[in-house]
Write a protein that binds this ligand. Structure first.
Ligand SMILES: C[S@@+](CC[C@H](N)C(=O)[O-])C[C@H]1O[C@@H](n2cnc3c(N)ncnc32)[C@H](O)[C@@H]1O
Length: 306
C-alpha cells in the first residue's frame, strides 16, 4: 500500500517517511549553505504529487491498519492535512537555490503550480512529465563541479527502473554530486503482485521481465523464491523475510553505484507489516551518518486541522 490513495488522501504512516525526509533535508541544506564553492543546491522531487494532502479518516469497518503514530479516536470527526514532500522542502529555514517538482498527473500539477504563488521568493520549477525523462532534461543544465543536489524518489510502485538510478549515479563523470532518498516499495512490489507459489508460464514470464527491469538484475528471483521438493513434485515458494533480504541486496547495489548507502528503514503499519523502505544513497560519509541518524529518530507530526 502506498501512502497515496486514488482519492488524493494519504495514509497516516506517510508522516513517518516525510518527517525523516524533512530532517535529512534540513541537515543537508544547513551544511551545504556554508560551502562557498557550491553555487547551486538543488532539490528534485521526482514524484511530487500535490504539495499537501488530506489524511485518510479512520473508518472502523474498513480500516484495519491503524498506525502507531496516530490517535484516531480524537481525529475521527476532523479533517486533517499533511504537508507532502514539496512543502517539507519549501518550509525549511534555509533555502535550496532550485526546487524542481515533477508530477505526471495534470490535476496534481495544477495544485503544485499554486506553490509558486505561495512561495514567490523561491526558485520553483514544475514539470508535468515522466520523471524518468524529466530529471535528466533538467539536471543537464548544471555545472556539477559547483552544484549539489538531492533527489527524492517516492513512487507508488515500480515506476523507477534501475536504468534511471544508474543514470542518476553516472550524471557527472568526475564526481558524485547527487544523493538520492528512495522509497523502495515492497508492499506494491513483492507482496501484492508476486504469488506465494510461483509457476513458470507466459504471464509470469512477463512479470519476471518487469521485475528484472526494476531491479536491474535477475538475482532478485532467487532471493525471494526457493525451489522445494514436496510430495506433489517441485514447488517454488516465496521465502519468509524476503522483503528484508531484498532491501539489503538492493541497498548494496545502490552502494556500488553511489559509493555509500544508509541502512534501509522500514515504514510499517501497526500490524507490523512493512509498507516500504526508505534508503539514502550518496558518497559523503557525514551525509550517510546523518541519514542513518534521522532514519532512526522518532516521528514528529505536522498536521494542520481545518
Ligand atoms: C506516492 S505519490 C508521491 C507523494 C509525494 N512525494 C508527497 O510526499 O506528497 C506518487 C506520485 O507520483 C506520480 N507519478 C507516478 N508515476 C510518475 C512518473 N513516472 N513521473 C512523475 N510522477 C509520477 C503520481 O501521480 C503520484 O502523485
Amino acid at each position: 500500500m502506498s501512502s497515496y490513495c486514488s482519492d488524493d488522501t494519504v495514509g497516516p504512516w506517510a508522516e513517518d517517511k516525510l518527517s525523516k525526509l524533512e530532517n535529512y533535508l534540513n541537515a543537508y541544506i544547513t551544511i551545504l549553505k556554508n560551502q562557498s564553492w557550491c553555487e547551486n543546491i538543488i532539490y528534485v522531487d521526482a514524484f511530487a504529487a500535490m504539495g499537501r494532502a488530506e489524511l485518510r479518516k479512520y473508518n472502523k469497518e474498513k480500516d484495519d491498519e491503524l498506525p502507531d503514530l496516530w490517535n484516531y479516536e480524537k481525529q475521527e470527526e476532523e479533517t486533517a492535512y499533511i504537508n507532502g514532500s514539496p512543502l517539507r522542502a519549501l518550509n525549511l529555514k534555509k533555502c535550496f537555490t532550485h526546487y524542481l517538482f515533477i508530477e505526471l498527473d495534470a490535476n496534481r500539477v495544477k495544485k503544485l503550480q499554486q506553490l509558486k504563488t505561495e512561495y514567490p521568493d523561491k526558485n520553483i520549477e514544475i514539470i508535468q512529465d515522466d520523471c524518468n525523462k524529466a530529471i535528466f532534461d533538467y539536471l543537464s543544465r548544471f555545472n556539477w563541479k559547483k552544484s549539489r543536489g538531492v533527489i527524492f524518489l517516492d513512487p507508488f510502485g515500480m515506476q523507477i527502473p534501475w536504468a534511471t538510478i544508474e543514470r542518476i549515479a553516472h550524471l557527472s563523470p568526475t564526481n558524485q554530486p547527487l544523493e538520492i532518498i528512495l522509497n523502495l516499495p515492497i508492499q506494491t512490489t513483492i507482496e501484492r503482485f508476486l504469488p506465494n507459489k510461483f509457476e513458470y508460464n507466459e504471464k509470469n514470464g512477463r512479470l519476471i521481465q518487469s521485475y528484472n527491469d526494476f531491479f536491474g538484475s535477475d538475482e532478485w528471483f532467487n532471493l525471494i523464491y526457493t525451489e522445494k521438493q514436496t510430495l506433489f513434485g517441485t514447488e517454488i515458494a516465496k521465502n519468509l523475510g524476503a522483503d528484508d533480504t531484498l532491501a539489503l541486496w538492493y541497498a548494496q547495489r545502490l552502494k556500488q553505484l553511489f559509493g555509500d548507502v544508509s541502512i534501509p528503514y522500514k515504514v510499517k503499519n501497526t500490524k507490523n507489516r512493512g509498507l516500504y523502505y526508505l534508503i539514502w544513497a550518496g558518497q559523503n560519509a557525514t551525509a550517510k551518518k546523518i541519514a542513518n541518524y534521522v532514519m532512526q529518530q522518532g516521528d514528529k507530526l505536522h498536521i494542520r486541522k481545518q
